[in-house]
Ligand binder design. Structure first.
Ligand code: NAD
Ligand code: UDP
Length: 310
């Protein structure tokens, strides 16, 4: 059997996915440019006989036999993907074309890690897959949001016109061990700040909401999406529990026992004010519901950061 390709496999989600696929008995090729990935995330896999690493940009063509593809390559943190926005768009659009061409050549099923950002700053709440979104096409987040939207377009055009077997999941804010301490997303920022005794940086009034999914739940949803034959997607994957960013800060302070203060910072442009997935489709098509509470997931993540920050 040809290997499964995981692009972005050295990143936070990608490395957990590689672990899971190896544990399920598959051969895995991890393609990563290490833009935001970490060697440490895949260190334990290097000696695995069914694991191979390809240091490459997904925007460059890929050519080797594959059985399945998971396309995760792209920085997910706003400060990271905004650092070189043109490269972010290249990653998302050229990367999608490259994995779709590869899938077509080898008759491989290909999954796109899309995002709740396709809904932009949503006018419909909670967000269901039929909602077309509310995205600023020229703002600082557009390289990511529109890049992901274009990738979805490519996926469904390759399905309709070239018969490629596609799967698309829209992932809502997911957190857990193996995020980088300097990643810049809210969960890792707050935990690192709390553990270092630094102020927790709240952007805006802290009343904007997000729904936080623990990584193990998310990986289970992705694997189920690829294993079933009836639903191409898009399917939302996320935890419907909704919290304000202020509430998240309070959870992190409580669970770390930190006495850090709160520091208020300006809200970044186009920052969505509310976000919660409607997961009815994932529940019916995949029989999937997240199992890990915010409290339990944060405890695991805090334990991880205590180890890496030591
Ligand atoms: P991450 O930044 O930890 O991982 C991204 C990985 O992609 C890194 O290893 C990075 O080096 C690699 N990469 C970036 N650009 C590349 C390129 N041009 N060529 C090759 N490799 C490249 O982020 P993550 O949280 O693990 O997210 C993984 C995927 O899931 C991303 O596509 C992201 O958009 C999507 N997603 C994640 C979340 C989330 O909350 N974690 C939410 C929605 C969507
Ligand atoms: N945020 C914050 N402090 C931080 C980092 C982020 O208040 O140190 C806010 C951010 O403005 C947003 C929310 O937390 O409203 C989630 O941000 P993140 O970058 O994690 O994800 P995204 O905005 O892409 O959902």
């Amino acid at each position: 059997m040809n290997p499964i390709l995981v692009t972005g496999g050295a990143g936070f989600l990608g490395s957990h996915l590689c672990d899971r696929l190896l544990a399920d008995g598959h051969a895995v090729v991890c393609l990563d440019s290490f833009l935001t990935g970490q060697e440490a995330n895949i260190e334990a896999m290097h000696t695995h006989p069914r694991f191979a690493l390809l240091r490459q940009d997904v925007a460059q063509p890929v050519a080797f036999p594959v059985h399945q593809i998971f396309n995760l390559a792209c920085a997910a943190s706003p400060p990271q993907y905004q650092r070189d926005p043109i490269h972010t768009t290249q990653t998302l659009v050229l990367g999608a074309m490259n994995v779709l061409e590869l899938a077509q050549r080898h008759g491989a099923r290909v999954l796109q890690a899309s995002t709740s950002e396709v809904y932009g700053n949503p006018l419909v709440h909670p967000q269901h897959e039929g909602y077309w979104g509310h995205v600023n096409p020229i703002g600082p987040r557009a390289c990511y949001d529109e890049g992901k939207r274009c990738a979805e377009t490519l996926f469904f055009d390759y399905q309709r016109h070239r018969g490629v077997d596609v799967r698309v999941v829209r992932i809502f804010n997911t957190y857990g061990p193996r995020m980088r301490p300097d990643d810049g997303r809210v969960v890792s920022n707050f935990i690192v700040q709390a553990l270092r005794g630094e102020p927790l940086t709240l952007y805006g009034d802290g009343l904007q909401t997000r729904s936080f999914c623990y990584v193990d739940d998310l990986i289970e949803g992705m694997v189920r999406m690829v294993r079933q034959d009836h639903e191409a997607g898009p399917v939302n994957l996320g935890n419907p529990g909704e919290f304000t960013i202020r509430e998240l800060a309070e959870w992190v302070l409580r669970l770390t026992g930190s006495r850090s203060a709160l520091a208020w910072r300006p809200l970044p442009a186009d920052d969505p004010t509310q976000r919660r997935p409607d997961i009815a489709k994932a529940q019916s098509a995949l029989d999937w519901t997240p199992q890990v509470s915010l409290e339990d997931g944060l405890k695991e993540t805090i334990a991880y950061f205590r180890r890496v920050l030591r």
